[in-house]
Design a protein around this ligand. Structure first.
Ligand code: GDP
Length: 145
């Protein structure tokens, strides 16, 4: 890339999970998102059905924690958001920190608000391809402002 050329902004999907919504951390997490240079292109609160949670985490269907994860993700409302920034997928995963909050770097969202490897406060897409699919899972083109 030419040094004078700004990196093209890209999008990722963020979810504030039921543990963090229930604990009243949505505002603090959205604040961290905004302070780290992400533009919020769409945001809504919803409660996942079991079918939605199973489909969203289908890649983990064979894992021993799948049923527990689906139960957790359907246990209360979540806040889903489409975030835009340069290198959004990697930048949001850096800001969230490691999957296990006990291993997440100090100051990251999961270190601050996660309480276990499952109840880890937030979700972030793990590749640009999955980000496009996950944004489309929750939002239509007309929702993205
Ligand atoms: P992520 O991309 O960092 O969210 O991690 P993964 O894609 O590996 O896992 C998806 C989600 O499943 C995590 O965010 C956790 O909520 C949950 N999870 C991951 N690993 C475990 C585990 O070993 N045990 C349990 N109970 N949940 C897990």
């Amino acid at each position: 890339m030419n040094q004078n050329e700004a990196a093209a902004p890209c999008r990722t999907l963020a979810i504030v999970k039921p543990d963090a919504v229930a604990a009243g951390h949505t505002g603090a997490i959205v604040g961290m998102i905004e302070q780290n240079g992400f533009a919020i292109r769409a945001m809504s609160m919803t409660r996942l059905s079991v079918a939605q949670a199973r489909a969203f985490y289908a890649v983990h269907a064979e894992r021993p924690f799948y049923d527990s994860l689906v139960e957790f993700m359907t246990s209360g409302p979540v806040v889903v958001a489409t975030l835009e920034r340069d290198d959004a997928v990697a930048a949001w995963r850096r800001l969230m920190g490691a999957t296990n909050p006990a291993e997440a770097e100090a100051g990251t969202v999961r270190a601050r608000f996660g309480s276990s490897i499952e109840r880890n406060s937030t979700h972030g897409s793990d590749s640009p391809e999955n980000a496009a699919a996950e944004v489309g899972f929750f939002f239509s083109a007309a929702d993205l402002l």
